[in-house]
Design a protein around this ligand. Structure first.
Ligand SMILES: [Zn+2]
Length: 132
């Protein structure tokens, strides 16, 4: 059994984790300016409106930056080597994630990726990405 740390939903992040449990990627969208917002927060970083709604997004993204992890302590050692990336969602927000691939060294900036939810241990499913 994995003993990896798991997310602890709070009042700002509960809608994100409830959607994740259904295999749906949601981010906030500002009704004031229309910007999509991630990470979850109470005020839009673009226009300071506090009218943020949760919306489903496509799950499509492109790699903004990527690195391959070759050394890690338990409990992540079992996953080596693995790719950690910043990906830009098609709707705009940038997320940190892990890219699921058997060839992490072949990943490159600009690669198209798609969300894939995967459970790790006792926590809710987490949004990983996979090359498309
Ligand atoms: Zn806004």
């Amino acid at each position: 059994m994995s003993n990896k740390p798991v997310p602890v939903p709070d009042s700002e992040t509960t809608p994100f984790w409830e959607a994740a449990a259904q295999g749906v990627l949601k981010v906030q969208r500002c009704t004031g300016c229309g910007e999509h917002v991630f990470y979850p927060r109470v005020v839009c970083p673009s226009c300071l409106s506090d009218d943020l709604q949760w919306v489903s997004v496509s799950g499509r993204a492109t790699v903004h930056a990527v690195t391959v992890v070759h050394r890690a302590a338990a409990p992540f050692k079992e996953d080596l080597p693995y790719a950690v990336a910043l990906v830009d969602l098609a709707e705009g927000p940038r997320m940190m994630t892990q890219i699921l691939t058997d060839a992490p060294e072949k990943l490159a900036i600009g690669d198209a990726v798609e969300v894939e939810f995967r459970r790790q241990g006792e926590g809710p499913p987490l949004p990983f990405f996979r090359p498309v």
